[in-house]
Design a protein around this ligand. Structure first.
Ligand SMILES: Cc1cc2nc3c(=O)[nH]c(=O)nc-3n(C[C@H](O)[C@H](O)[C@H](O)COP(=O)(O)OP(=O)(O)OC[C@H]3O[C@@H](n4cnc5c(N)ncnc54)[C@H](O)[C@@H]3O)c2cc1C
Length: 408
């Protein structure tokens, strides 16, 4: 079926990617039916505030991705609390747990991810806390008042954002990180090290190279024989993409739902976007899955553009942010395969950037409390330009002057 004959788009997943795709379809003039099916009961919401503003002040947090009226005004049908249990590729329809069947001309899988639970004896998902959904965040905030000590499994972005907020409430925190540095999957060693200092300064107990082996009552046992007495355990050990629906339908899966450069799965009538999609990303090395708002938004727009007649390969520059106490981190690009880093600024001033290189070429910039560096990095990287190492580290150079001016 060619794009011009598509009149029914069904989107599975009411997260950032699914909602952006629906909005972009309407924005691009798509006049057919658009249906979003999501298994969560809440009006589609943003996840980043769940580990930031929401934990500080749930009442003030503005979470909805779009106001309720948006969906009606744009003729987007939203079926909340509906779990899609099967795709019938031949009949081109999805089947909900309720038994309802909905036909599609094109199906967009935006099924996101769920938290990964490491193999720890006694780590029962029903007993520990986690943070992926609004329901999880509500459960955590309901217990905050009574907590004196929390153990967080995982020294990644979410675990550390929560740790910083708990410290602001004077709750004692142990963070267990199996690797030898914080946020090691994404950050340069230089920036990881600065975050180690930041978290230690606010009184978080960081246990690097520590693996939890057992949880029993209020005791967490570690592989080195140590034990921690704690009031609560929060699991923040990464995520697993929700691929089962696609897998059961026979689509190619490999660390996510496999898509091509245009975000099409192994079935041309099905696309996949956001946290669940393993895609060829020109800014990375090989097939990757990104877990960020930027990726969810831009992939949603990319699919909508294709379905409305302007196909293009997905090539948006990855960028990301994380707020950990007073430390506002922004990342432009991907540091995969890095072989050199250069510091601009001085961590002692509380703001600096790490410029990350691969074979002499700038591939990413990690900025701490330095939004101007981040904006320059995004502009330069997106334009395919590098910044020489000696220029990046020279405080006398105003980096903004490097951005090429648009032709008059
Ligand atoms: C606490 C937290 C903080 C974060 N902070 C940041 C940040 O600071 N910056 C940043 O860039 N990113 C951040 N992220 C990541 C970002 O929020 C995600 O990358 C983004 O929300 C992914 O959107 P998505 O639509 O792909 O997936 P999701 O948001 O996971 O949405 C997928 C939806 O599909 C539903 N679903 C799955 N299977 C089915 C099915 N079979 N039937 C029906 N529904 C189904 C799921 O329940 C879910 O509601 C954060 C994430 C979390 C959890």
């Amino acid at each position: 079926m060619s794009e011009s004959t598509i009149s029914k788009v069904v989107i599975v997943g009411s997260g950032q990617a699914g909602v952006e795709c629906a909005a972009a379809l309407r924005h691009s003039g798509f006049a057919g039916a658009v249906t979003i099916i999501g298994d969560e009961p809440d009006l589609p919401y943003q996840r980043p505030p769940l580990s930031k503003e929401f934990l500080k002040s749930p009442a003030d947090s503005s979470l909805p991705l779009k106001g309720e009226a948006f969906y009606g005004q744009n003729d987007i049908e939203v079926r909340l609390g509906g779990f899609v249990r099967r795709i019938d590729r031949e009949a081109r329809e999805v089947e909900l747990a309720s038994g309802d069947k909905i036909a599609y001309d094109h199906l967009v899988l935006a099924t996101g991810a769920r938290n990964r639970f490491p193999p720890v004896e006694g780590l029962d998902p029903s007993l520990v806390l986690e943070l992926r959904t609004l329901a999880h965040a509500r459960a955590l905030t309901a217990r905050l008042e009574a907590l004196k000590h929390v153990t967080i499994i995982g020294g990644g972005f979410i675990g550390l954002e929560v740790a910083a907020l708990l410290r602001q409430r004077d709750i004692a925190v142990d963070v267990l990180e199996a690797a030898d540095r914080l946020m090691g999957r994404v950050l340069s060693p230089m920036m990881s090290e600065e975050f180690r200092k930041i978290h230690e300064e606010i009184g978080t107990r960081l246990r690097l190279g520590a693996v939890a082996t057992q949880i029993s009552g209020g005791t967490v046992s570690l592989s080195d024989g140590e034990t921690i007495e704690t009031d609560a355990v929060i699991v923040a050990a990464g995520i697993l993409p929700n691929v089962e629906l696609a897998q059961d339908a026979g689509l190619a899966i490999e660390n996510g739902i496999v898509v091509d450069a245009n975000l099409v799965t192994s079935d041309p009538a099905i696309s996949a976007i956001g946290d669940c999609a393993a895609h060829p990303n020109p800014w990375g090395l090989g097939m990757i899955r990104l877990e960020s708002v930027q990726n969810a938004v831009d992939q949603g727009k990319c699919v909508a553009a294709r379905l409305t007649g302007t196909p293009a390969a997905y090539d948006a520059l990855p960028w990301f942010w994380s707020h950990q106490g007073k430390a506002k981190l922004q990342i432009a690009g991907l540091a995969m395969g890095m072989d050199e880093t250069v510091m601009r600024g001085d961590p002692a001033d509380g703001k600096f950037s790490v410029f990350v290189y691969r074979q002499g070429r700038l591939i990413a910039v990690e900025s701490l409390n330095s939004p101007a560096d981040h904006m320059v990095a995004r502009r330069m990287l997106a334009a395919g330009l590098s910044i020489p190492r000696d220029v990046a580290s020279d405080p006398a150079v105003d980096l903004k002057t490097l951005i090429p001016r648009p032709a008059a």
